[in-house]
Design a binder for this molecule. Structure first.
Ligand code: FES
Length: 70
């Protein structure tokens, strides 16, 4: 499943060494990048269709549009 998320950060995020595991967001929806904030649950609330591009709203809380990917 492809997804389009608006990123406005222009530089890297520093992840300092930690004693416990740090979960880095892989879905692109976290509002606490680069760390996961649980927003990936939205990716699992709908049936993602192969070949579709899911475009999220600015708040990353809902799917704004679904387009054919390709
Ligand atoms: S993997 Fe992106 S919010 Fe959890």
């Amino acid at each position: 499943m492809a997804r389009m998320v608006r990123h406005e950060q222009l530089g890297p995020y520093e992840i300092k060494p930690q004693e416990k595991s740090a979960w880095v967001c892989g879905c692109g929806l976290s509002k606490n990048l680069p760390l996961c904030d649980g927003s990936h649950k939205l990716c699992r609330t709908h049936e993602a269709e192969p070949g579709k591009l899911y475009i999220y709203d600015r708040e990353r809380k809902a799917i704004a549009r679904v387009e054919n990917d390709g």
